[in-house]
Design a binder for this molecule. Structure first.
Ligand SMILES: [Zn+2]
Ligand SMILES: [Zn+2]
Length: 166
């Protein structure tokens, strides 16, 4: 493969917490200590996660009684509305990942182990824009998820099932 499907980088002026502060201010709300901890945890590294993954991480970090499920759900919704996170639905499960400060990309989704592989393709963007133009449609984004079986899962089909959920 000579084609480059790697992701570029995006520069942003504000930190995720500052960006959330700005968004919440416009709604007359403030960044509470709990929200701040959640944002910091979410943006510590790029990964694909669901609300339960995040809740488990937070309970490890600050103690099981310190954070409730409704708070995590509410904050995730705010982070999506503020443009910090992107939400996708995979097999009925809501999965989140960074949007703010992270380049536009698409995914390969392994239906055996739920692994997500990221890629970026100019051809996909071109097709999207061409089709949009043909329909006088103002394109603001797209989402492409290619489903199938990853190389690890096809290799280990006859051995143990991998548990490396990402
Ligand atoms: Zn797999
Ligand atoms: Zn991704």
């Amino acid at each position: 493969m000579s084609q480059d499907y790697s992701l570029g980088t995006v520069e942003v002026a504000l930190t995720p917490v500052q960006r959330l502060e700005e968004y919440l201010q416009s709604k007359g709300k403030r960044v509470t200590q709990q929200r701040r901890i959640i944002v910091e945890q979410v943006f510590a590294r790029h990964e694909h996660f669901d609300a339960d993954d995040l809740l488990a991480q937070l309970r490890d970090l600050i103690g099981p009684k310190k954070v409730s499920r409704p708070t995590v759900y509410r904050t995730l919704t705010e982070l999506v509305e503020a443009g910090l996170l992107r939400k996708m639905t995979l097999g009925g499960r809501s999965v989140y990942e960074h949007d703010y400060g992270y380049p536009q990309h698409d995914h390969l989704h392994c239906t055996k182990c739920d692994k997500l592989i990221e890629f970026s393709s100019d051809e996909v963007k071109k097709i999207r824009d061409d089709v949009g133009r043909e329909h006088q449609f103002r394109v603001t984004g797209h989402r492409l998820i290619i489903t199938g079986v990853c190389s690890d899962c096809s290799r280990s089909r006859r051995t143990a099932r991998p548990h490396d959920l990402i």
